[in-house]
Design a protein around this ligand. Structure first.
Ligand code: IPE
Ligand code: IPE
Ligand code: MG
Length: 224
């Protein structure tokens, strides 16, 4: 059985779900939060230590302003309501990506990280304004600035995911088979599951099924 310490998820398909079921993409984003809750709960059940959720990419700024505003308002109300319950459940929140949002949201994100920093049961890495190419270029710049040697260890050290083991498993919902600039370095050896269901339709059962399949995969790492 393969050990599983870190699951990364590209939560895709909210917009299509919303249009299909409620004639509104934004309703899909709202519905997607329920799946987030289910997946967090099951991740704890499965005793997985790290969960990285792709919530907003550097490329998502190209969406209509109205949708972007809706997403960040949703995030704001979700976080301000959830932080206490994260603390009760011993969940640590860590933001990856560049925090260049409104003053109010930046403050809330920093506060949420600070308030949950000592929690130990599960670390959630929420990827917000995250892009992998930008992250890697930034890491190289930092290596240069510090006159460090360029090697794998040093590069990893300057990524947003420093001190976090690489994900062994990546799940992308929404019936699309691409990485969309997500964790390109960290996913070098991950097992990848593309799920047909749209994110709001994804549930604990689907998640557990994937985990079970993952655990049985023969992971070669170049060996035979
Ligand atoms: C993913 O769902 C959530 C975000 C990118 C914020 P989408 O909004 O991309 O949903 P689809 O792919 O358009 O259905
Ligand atoms: C990836 O989904 C980003 C998130 C889930 C946050 P997108 O819907 O933005 O990806 P593309 O544009 O289809 O590649
Ligand atoms: Mg999408």
């Amino acid at each position: 059985m393969n050990p599983l310490n870190h699951v990364a998820i590209i939560m895709d398909g909210n917009g299509r779900w919303g249009l299909k079921n409620k004639e509104s993409r934004n309703e899909g984003h709202k519905a997607g939060l329920k799946t987030v809750e289910k997946v967090i709960k099951e991740t704890i059940n499965q005793k997985i230590k790290y969960l990285t959720l792709f919530a907003f990419s550097t490329e998502n700024w190209n969406r209509p302003k109205k949708e972007i505003n809706y997403l960040f308002n949703l995030l704001e109300s979700y976080l301000s309501n959830k932080i206490e319950s994260f603390n009760k459940k011993n969940i640590k929140l860590n933001i990856i990506g560049t925090k260049n949002f409104s003053k109010k949201l930046n403050k809330l994100l920093n506060l949420s990280e600070k308030k949950t920093a000592h929690n130990t049961i599960l670390q959630i890495n929420l990827a917000l304004n995250y892009g992998s190419k930008f992250e890697i270029i930034n890491a190289i710049k930092k290596i240069n600035k510090n006159n460090d040697k360029i090697n794998e260890k040093n590069l990893s050290k300057y990524l947003e995911t420093k001190n976090i083991p690489d994900p062994e498993l990546l799940i992308r919902t929404g019936n699309t088979k691409r990485l969309s600039n997500f964790l390109l370095w960290q996913l070098a050896y991950a097992e990848i599951f593309f799920e047909k269901k749209l994110w709001p339709d994804f549930n604990e059962k689907d998640y557990v099924k994937i985990i079970k399949k993952f655990k049985k995969i023969k992971r070669n790492f170049g060996k035979i």
